[in-house]
Write a protein that binds this ligand. Structure first.
Ligand SMILES: [Ca+2]
Length: 545
């Protein structure tokens, strides 16, 4: 695959040419003048010929990945709650996607989907706690085979040891917000456990920078997966930001006071509300230091506060801590982008910013993810590719985390295996969306019973209409769900009123049912997908015993 030459590459080639000339001058001093007079131009010509004949080297890939970071907390997406200047820079210098959907909105399954380019039912990782089968085909393994130096630094969260990486340095499980122990290793040998001091977001950034500076092999293109824990629960900010935003009253989302009417039962039976389900640890009510005075003031005022005022206080505390964690991530991205500039790597490096899924920052009164509703179905996606993606471009095509593997292989000029279910977004980055690009998307969530009690569901969205089916065990012992919701995202963007079985939507409903069946067949969703996953089945039987 050919890419236009970039100024940074041109400068590097000039630098190489100058180095060659220096070598020739040295040579001239060592050999008789008559020979060197001939040698110099011949060497030059040979070098220039070799340069012209050499195949274009594919670009480096810097994959910046966060955990639970939603569009509502990125100013490039119009956040009214915070500024993210460095993420915005990637958007301004590249393409911003407004419809990047995830296949299964939860941490581990999203990572497994990205590794394999396959949905959960084919990569075997359905829910957090599953163990990723690292023997299967993954895109880092294929990139390595294609000549890339591969590294992952930060949160891995797939339980099994990372495979396909020349270097890995990863958090153990979720990892803490401070002083994280980590596992480090490479292609061969057993991982070593290391102790690390500092704020985890900074530790990960420091390690990513150190890898770029000291371990990167200049002779090879690289894949660096720079993956943060933040802003995952329990949202512990860096000490220096713990009082930032104290003097601000954050705006509340329109659906903070959602009463869950207009939808089927699961929406009201979850356990992820700001009102009832945030604990002391989430709200930092057990923290001293910068929180001591603030907590004291809250406790003193509590007896005089209405229930609504308490919810408002929780909302402000929770969202501010989340945003404070994002601020450190944005700082880290700034440092990495600056290094790419200084080192001359920027022109030859595709920078991708995304998260494992979206998140509720108080929308529907919630925190957490999991649902096929918009805030958690979507994930941010920003791609800077100098000379290829038009700066400041905004794209509304339906793309997905299932497309990332194929995209990275395409960027590398490597073949995309037929078994991958995603598709390369490289044509879209070039501003040429293929005529047969997908116009609908399949989603499937499995983790019930599980954290936050979100019922199992699957569905289809076209970006305009969305059909959801809740199935499997109910929240009520011995009962099962078989419930449908249909949303008109243009008329009801907040998804407050299902129009399923509404006569005005009969045709659309019928069309979506057919499309859902078509996608399930195309994506090879097993006919028994309605049966619980073995692990879930065990928990279900425990719940019902
Ligand atoms: Ca996550």
């Amino acid at each position: 695959m050919q890419h236009p030459p970039h100024p940074a590459r041109f400068l590097r080639e000039i630098h190489l040419l100058m180095t060659q000339m220096t070598r020739i001058r040295t040579l001239r001093r060592a050999v008789p003048a008559a020979v060197s007079t001939l040698a110099a131009p011949l060497c030059c010509l040979a070098f220039i010929h070799a340069l012209c004949a050499a195949p274009e080297r594919p670009p480096n890939i810097l994959f910046i990945f966060t955990d639970d970071h939603c569009e509502q907390a990125i100013s490039a997406y119009g956040s009214k709650r915070m500024q993210t200047p460095h993420m915005d820079r990637i958007a301004a210098e590249g393409m911003r996607f407004t419809r990047c959907y995830v296949t299964n909105s939860i941490c581990g399954p999203s990572r497994a989907c990205i590794q394999t380019g396959k949905y959960s039912h084919l990569n075997g990782f359905y829910r957090n706690g599953d163990n990723f089968d690292g023997s299967q085909q993954t895109f880092p393994k294929l990139l390595r085979k294609a000549g890339y130096q591969t590294a992952i630094i930060g949160k891995w969260h797939l339980k099994s040891t990372p495979r396909g990486y020349d270097h890995y340095d990863v958090l153990i499980g979720q990892g803490p917000y401070n002083d994280p122990p980590m596992l480090t290793g490479g292609i061969d040998g057993k991982p070593a456990r290391t102790k690390n001091q500092g704020y985890t977001t900074d530790v990960i950034t420091d390690k990513a920078l150190a890898w770029l500076k000291d371990r990167r092999k200049p002779g090879k293109p690289f894949l660096l997966m720079y993956q943060h824990k933040a802003p995952h629960r329990h949202w512990v900010p860096h000490e220096k930001y713990q009082n930032w935003l104290d003097d601000v009253d954050l705006p509340e989302p329109a659906t903070l006071w959602d009463d869950y009417q207009g939808r089927t039962a699961p929406a009201s039976r979850q356990t992820m509300t700001i009102r009832r389900h945030l604990g002391k640890r989430d709200l930092k009510l057990d923290m001293g230091g910068n929180y001591a005075e603030k907590n004291k003031a809250f406790r003193e005022a509590l007896s005089g506060m209405s229930e609504k005022e308490v919810v408002r206080w929780k909302y402000q505390r929770y969202v501010k801590d989340y945003l404070r964690c994002v601020r450190s991530v944005d700082d880290g991205i700034g440092r990495i982008l600056e290094y790419l500039d200084q080192s001359g790597l920027a022109g030859d490096t595709v920078v991708v910013y995304t998260s494992d899924q979206g998140w509720y920052l108080g929308e529907h009164g919630w925190f957490d993810k999991r649902w096929m509703y918009e805030e958690s179905l979507k994930t941010p996606l920003l791609v800077r590719w100098p000379g290829v993606a038009k700066p400041g471009a905004v794209n509304g095509d339906i793309v997905s985390n299932v497309d990332f593997a194929a995209t990275f292989l395409d960027i590398a000029g490597a073949p995309v295996p037929a078994g991958m279910q995603g598709r390369s977004i490289v044509p879209i980055l070039k501003g040429r969306t293929p005529a047969d690009w997908r116009r609908s998307f399949y989603y499937h969530y499995y983790e019930f019973p599980g954290s936050h009690s979100v019922a199992r569901h699957y569905g289809v969205t076209t970006g305009r209409h969305k059909l959801i089916h809740f199935y499997g065990p109910s929240h009520i012992k011995g009962e099962t769900y078989d419930l449908w919701e249909l949303f008109d995202l243009e008329k009801d963007p907040n998804e407050l009123r299902s129009v399923y079985d509404h006569p005005a939507y009969a045709k659309i409903q019928d069309k979506l049912h057919k499309e859902l069946q078509r996608l399930r067949k195309e994506l090879k969703v097993p006919g028994d997908a309605r049966k619980p996953h073995p692990k879930a089945a065990k928990k279900v039987s425990a719940l019902n015993s």
